[in-house]
Design a binder for this molecule. Structure first.
Ligand SMILES: O=C(O)[C@@H](O)[C@H](O)[C@H](O)C(=O)CO
Length: 525
């Protein structure tokens, strides 16, 4: 790029008083322009080999610009024009000048939505969709499992999202979720790399095996606890009914008390430990999740958990119970929707009573229940987490642009599904109903992205696909990213339709799955 031309661009920006629509240089990405007195910052988009190459342009006082890392600079009177990469040093320098570029707590935002961008190239499209929607995007939301499988770090994830925030000029606030962190080591890592939020996954502290005990065995284990605990739990809960709202009450039978204690109390104590070690000292936005366990969280379990947390002085920002029915990855809700609604009313009342919001995990594609969640949590707010399904939208681009490659990817994913057996639990893994690869051709490959079982196979196999090597070279990764880079507009269109379906239902802009599908899906065929 021509530095003198960029100085001319800066002067033009400074003279047009905020109306950038007629800027001469079309490589200046208009949403990114920031002017602070006579300092100017923007992202330059240069087209090379059908791809957009992005650079940061800074025009600042000579005395202050030093903390940026420039590849090229040019002096202009008492100013310096600098062109640099979208790297960590430059992002930190920008966050000192524009606080909104940094992730922040969800506290005070009524509706928040986790986007889980596994590839680091979906946030621009997401931000364009979220502008003006009144929902805070948790752009950076990755589980430790995803980091391991994609070979990324929390720093990579935050930087990818943070640069998109700057590029799109998104000043309304965004968050970074260290998702499904399970032990102090992982929490520490999330906190120190700048996550504004953690999701403490209590799975390993939840004793599912208790649910299989007979009544006598349950009773014996409960009564083997120290006497003061047994007395306290019985006195507080046994045969008590807690009226938590006009519509909702929670009653504790003997079994409810004993199961709640033996299944969940260890997790309560663990949450207390993490709270004092990390949440308070680092002023973290705190979510507690118990969704990836085997036993559903009954209303009694949920009330018990929340009440014990409150007794310890802990109010998380959000809490994710395991709701009735199945929230499997990358497909719609499985279960009786009416019963889901009846139980959701009680979970919502418990959350409101204790002062936090419900968090809906594995939220991608749960279009059959979003109208319910949006309606019942409208007053108090909600947090919904997608489960990395932007990856499937990326595969939709591959299927569209290079169907032969997509046929190959599916064959590979299908044949190597054991790779993810230790990471994910899902139907398609076990029931053998996923389409047989020999039935998939370049002509029907697109159907994979709309087939539940095929979606699950592809959704979970991202790590194996991206990291497969032969002779020390990636087999798919480079081709995959090249296609995405060359077709970012198509990818953005798919991303937009996918997430917009969720948001419209949650926001009450549509009432049924069929309605949002009819609205968005014809646009992505
Ligand atoms: O694949 C993952 O580990 C994540 O996408 C995970 O499913 C996600 O963070 C989640 O659980 C959201 O509910």
């Amino acid at each position: 790029m021509e530095l003198k031309q960029l100085v001319t661009d800066v002067h033009e920006i400074l003279t047009v008083s905020g109306d950038y629509s007629k800027l001469t240089d079309s490589e200046v990405y208009i949403p990114s322009i920031q002017v602070d007195r006579t300092n100017v910052y923007f992202i330059l988009h240069e087209r090379q080999d059908n791809q957009v190459v992005k650079s940061l342009v800074v025009y600042e006082d000579r005395g202050t610009i030093q903390d940026f890392d420039g590849q090229e600079t040019l002096e202009d009177a008492n100013k310096v024009l600098l062109v640099g990469m979208l790297n960590e040093q430059n992002w930190h320098a920008l966050t000192k000048r524009f606080t909104w570029v940094k992730p922040t707590s969800r506290h005070g935002y009524k509706y928040t939505f986790g986007l889980g961008d596994r590839l680091g190239n979906a946030s621009n499209a997401h931000l364009r969709l979220f502008k003006g929607r009144g929902i805070m995007p948790v752009l950076s939301q990755q589980s430790i499992r995803e980091l391991l499988l994609t070979n990324r770090t929390f720093t990579d994830v935050i930087l990818d999202a943070g640069w998109s925030v700057f590029e799109e000029g998104y000043t309304d606030g965004w968050a970074a979720d260290g998702d499904h962190v399970k032990n102090p080591h992982e929490v520490d890592y999330a906190v120190k790399t700048g996550c504004s939020m953690i999701t403490l996954d209590c799975t390993e502290k939840i004793h599912n095996e208790i649910a299989d005990l007979t009544d006598d065995e349950l009773d014996a284990q409960f009564n083997a606890l120290d006497e003061d605990l047994v007395t306290y739990f019985n006195k507080t809960y046994l045969d008590k009914e807690f009226q938590i709202s006009d519509q909702a009450a929670v009653h504790f039978s003997k079994k409810d008390v004993e199961q709640s204690v033996l299944i969940f109390f260890g997790a309560v104590e663990y949450a207390e430990f993490i709270y004092h070690k990390f949440v308070v000292p680092f002023n973290l936005d705190f979510e507690i999740s118990m969704d990836e366990t085997i036993v559903p969280t009954t209303p009694a379990n949920h009330y018990f958990f929340a009440n014990e947390l409150q007794r310890k002085g802990i109010t998380p920002e959000t809490l994710a119970p395991k709701f009735y029915g199945e929230f499997q990855k990358a497909i719609d809700y499985i279960g009786d929707v009416d019963r889901f609604e009846r139980e959701y009313v009680i979970h919502e009342a418990i959350a409101e009573h204790f002062g936090y919001k419900l968090s809906i995990h594995s939220g991608s594609d749960k279009l059959s229940v979003y109208e319910i969640i949006g309606r019942l949590s409208k007053e108090h707010g909600w947090h919904v987490k997608t489960a990395g399904t932007n990856w499937l939208e990326a595969l939709r681009v591959i299927a569209h642009v290079d169907p032969k490659l997509m046929v190959e990817l599916y064959q590979f994913a299908y044949d190597n599904l054991d790779d993810v057996a230790a990471f994910y639990v899902f139907n398609a893994q076990t029931d053998g109903t996923a389409p047989k690869p020999e039935t998939i051709t370049v002509d029907n490959v697109m159907t994979l992205l709309n087939d539940d079982d095929a979606r699950q196979v592809l959704h979970t196999m991202y790590g194996s696909i991206l990291n497969l090597q032969k002779s020390y070279r990636y087999v798919y990764r480079d081709r995959f990213f090249k296609i995405l880079k060359e077709n970012q507009d198509l990818y953005d269109k798919y991303l937009n339709a996918h997430i917009a379906e969720h948001l419209d239902l949650l926001q009450g802009l549509a009432q049924t799955k069929a309605e949002v599908q009819a609205k968005y899906e014809p646009t992505i065929q």
